[in-house]
Write a protein of this length. Structure first.
Length: 163
Protein backbone atom coordinates (compact mmCIF):
# COMPACT_ATOMS: atom_id res chain seq x y z
CA UNK A 1 0.00 0.00 0.00
CA UNK A 2 0.94 3.63 -0.24
CA UNK A 3 3.01 5.21 2.48
CA UNK A 4 1.50 8.09 4.41
CA UNK A 5 2.65 11.47 3.17
CA UNK A 6 3.57 10.11 -0.26
CA UNK A 7 3.12 12.52 -3.16
CA UNK A 8 2.13 9.69 -5.50
CA UNK A 9 -1.52 9.58 -6.54
CA UNK A 10 -3.52 6.44 -5.81
CA UNK A 11 -6.27 5.17 -8.07
CA UNK A 12 -7.31 5.46 -11.68
CA UNK A 13 -7.01 8.82 -13.38
CA UNK A 14 -8.86 9.17 -16.65
CA UNK A 15 -8.63 12.01 -19.11
CA UNK A 16 -10.42 12.75 -22.33
CA UNK A 17 -9.77 15.00 -25.27
CA UNK A 18 -12.14 15.94 -28.08
CA UNK A 19 -10.37 15.75 -31.43
CA UNK A 20 -11.58 16.41 -34.96
CA UNK A 21 -11.89 13.27 -37.09
CA UNK A 22 -10.66 13.97 -40.61
CA UNK A 23 -10.69 11.50 -43.46
CA UNK A 24 -8.03 12.27 -46.04
CA UNK A 25 -5.83 10.50 -48.55
CA UNK A 26 -2.11 11.20 -48.20
CA UNK A 27 0.69 9.88 -50.38
CA UNK A 28 2.92 9.38 -47.35
CA UNK A 29 1.44 7.13 -44.62
CA UNK A 30 3.36 9.07 -41.97
CA UNK A 31 1.45 12.26 -42.84
CA UNK A 32 -1.48 10.82 -40.86
CA UNK A 33 0.78 10.54 -37.82
CA UNK A 34 2.26 14.02 -38.28
CA UNK A 35 -1.17 15.65 -38.66
CA UNK A 36 -2.62 13.86 -35.64
CA UNK A 37 0.46 14.57 -33.50
CA UNK A 38 0.28 18.28 -34.36
CA UNK A 39 -3.41 18.39 -33.40
CA UNK A 40 -2.83 16.53 -30.12
CA UNK A 41 0.15 18.74 -29.22
CA UNK A 42 -1.98 21.86 -29.82
CA UNK A 43 -4.71 20.43 -27.58
CA UNK A 44 -2.24 19.46 -24.84
CA UNK A 45 -0.76 22.96 -24.78
CA UNK A 46 -4.16 24.65 -24.66
CA UNK A 47 -6.19 25.28 -21.52
CA UNK A 48 -9.02 22.99 -22.67
CA UNK A 49 -8.09 20.13 -20.33
CA UNK A 50 -7.74 22.43 -17.32
CA UNK A 51 -11.11 24.10 -17.98
CA UNK A 52 -12.86 20.77 -18.61
CA UNK A 53 -11.44 19.37 -15.35
CA UNK A 54 -12.46 22.50 -13.42
CA UNK A 55 -16.00 22.48 -14.86
CA UNK A 56 -16.59 18.77 -14.13
CA UNK A 57 -15.11 19.13 -10.63
CA UNK A 58 -17.31 22.17 -9.92
CA UNK A 59 -20.45 20.48 -11.26
CA UNK A 60 -19.63 17.39 -9.18
CA UNK A 61 -19.26 19.46 -6.00
CA UNK A 62 -22.32 21.66 -6.60
CA UNK A 63 -24.81 19.22 -8.12
CA UNK A 64 -23.51 15.73 -7.37
CA UNK A 65 -22.39 12.67 -9.30
CA UNK A 66 -25.66 12.14 -11.20
CA UNK A 67 -25.58 15.57 -12.86
CA UNK A 68 -21.84 15.31 -13.61
CA UNK A 69 -22.34 11.85 -15.14
CA UNK A 70 -25.28 13.16 -17.18
CA UNK A 71 -23.20 16.02 -18.58
CA UNK A 72 -20.21 13.79 -19.34
CA UNK A 73 -22.45 11.23 -21.04
CA UNK A 74 -24.01 14.03 -23.09
CA UNK A 75 -20.56 15.00 -24.35
CA UNK A 76 -19.88 11.36 -25.24
CA UNK A 77 -23.24 11.10 -27.02
CA UNK A 78 -22.14 13.81 -29.43
CA UNK A 79 -18.85 12.20 -30.45
CA UNK A 80 -18.27 10.05 -33.52
CA UNK A 81 -15.94 7.50 -31.99
CA UNK A 82 -13.87 6.77 -28.92
CA UNK A 83 -10.27 5.66 -28.95
CA UNK A 84 -8.35 4.08 -26.10
CA UNK A 85 -4.60 3.58 -26.03
CA UNK A 86 -3.10 1.65 -23.13
CA UNK A 87 0.58 0.79 -22.89
CA UNK A 88 0.92 -2.75 -21.62
CA UNK A 89 3.73 -4.70 -19.99
CA UNK A 90 6.89 -5.46 -21.98
CA UNK A 91 7.41 -8.83 -20.30
CA UNK A 92 5.02 -11.74 -19.91
CA UNK A 93 2.68 -11.52 -16.93
CA UNK A 94 0.54 -14.11 -15.23
CA UNK A 95 -2.86 -14.34 -13.63
CA UNK A 96 -3.08 -16.66 -10.61
CA UNK A 97 0.01 -18.53 -11.78
CA UNK A 98 -1.15 -18.92 -15.38
CA UNK A 99 0.82 -17.04 -18.06
CA UNK A 100 -1.24 -14.66 -20.16
CA UNK A 101 -0.87 -15.23 -23.89
CA UNK A 102 -3.25 -12.50 -25.01
CA UNK A 103 -4.53 -9.23 -23.58
CA UNK A 104 -7.34 -7.22 -25.17
CA UNK A 105 -9.53 -4.69 -23.32
CA UNK A 106 -13.05 -3.70 -24.28
CA UNK A 107 -16.13 -1.98 -22.94
CA UNK A 108 -19.78 -2.16 -23.84
CA UNK A 109 -22.73 0.20 -23.66
CA UNK A 110 -21.02 3.26 -25.09
CA UNK A 111 -23.17 5.67 -27.11
CA UNK A 112 -20.76 5.85 -30.08
CA UNK A 113 -21.06 3.76 -33.20
CA UNK A 114 -17.35 2.93 -33.04
CA UNK A 115 -14.94 2.32 -30.16
CA UNK A 116 -11.33 1.35 -30.86
CA UNK A 117 -9.02 -0.01 -28.14
CA UNK A 118 -5.29 -0.40 -28.74
CA UNK A 119 -3.31 -2.50 -26.25
CA UNK A 120 0.36 -3.45 -26.37
CA UNK A 121 1.60 -6.64 -24.72
CA UNK A 122 5.09 -8.15 -25.12
CA UNK A 123 5.95 -6.09 -28.23
CA UNK A 124 2.65 -6.99 -29.92
CA UNK A 125 -0.21 -4.62 -30.49
CA UNK A 126 -3.81 -5.77 -30.33
CA UNK A 127 -6.75 -3.65 -31.34
CA UNK A 128 -10.36 -4.33 -30.50
CA UNK A 129 -13.30 -2.80 -32.33
CA UNK A 130 -16.68 -2.31 -30.75
CA UNK A 131 -19.19 -1.27 -33.40
CA UNK A 132 -22.86 -0.59 -33.87
CA UNK A 133 -23.67 -2.73 -36.91
CA UNK A 134 -26.46 -0.35 -37.94
CA UNK A 135 -23.82 2.34 -38.44
CA UNK A 136 -20.90 0.17 -39.59
CA UNK A 137 -22.40 -2.80 -41.45
CA UNK A 138 -19.10 -4.62 -42.13
CA UNK A 139 -16.87 -4.41 -39.03
CA UNK A 140 -14.60 -7.20 -40.33
CA UNK A 141 -13.65 -5.10 -43.36
CA UNK A 142 -13.03 -2.07 -41.14
CA UNK A 143 -10.76 -4.21 -38.95
CA UNK A 144 -8.86 -5.48 -42.01
CA UNK A 145 -8.49 -1.92 -43.35
CA UNK A 146 -7.16 -0.70 -39.99
CA UNK A 147 -4.68 -3.57 -39.89
CA UNK A 148 -3.51 -2.80 -43.43
CA UNK A 149 -3.14 0.92 -42.63
CA UNK A 150 -1.07 0.15 -39.55
CA UNK A 151 1.18 -2.13 -41.63
CA UNK A 152 1.68 0.68 -44.18
CA UNK A 153 2.67 3.06 -41.38
CA UNK A 154 5.00 0.48 -39.81
CA UNK A 155 6.65 -0.26 -43.18
CA UNK A 156 7.14 3.48 -43.81
CA UNK A 157 8.80 3.92 -40.41
CA UNK A 158 11.12 0.94 -41.00
CA UNK A 159 11.95 2.04 -44.57
CA UNK A 160 13.03 5.49 -43.35
CA UNK A 161 15.13 4.01 -40.55
CA UNK A 162 13.16 5.81 -37.84
CA UNK A 163 13.25 2.80 -35.51
Amino acid sequence: MMEKGSKAKWGNWIGSMLLPFAIALYDDPLDYIRQTKATIDRKKHSHEAIFAYFIIKTVLKLFGAKVAAFLYRRVLNHTTMCFSNVVGPMEEIGFYGHPMAFLAPSVYGQPQGLMIHFQSYINKMTFVLSVDEEIIPDPTRLCDDLEESLKFIKDAVIARGLV
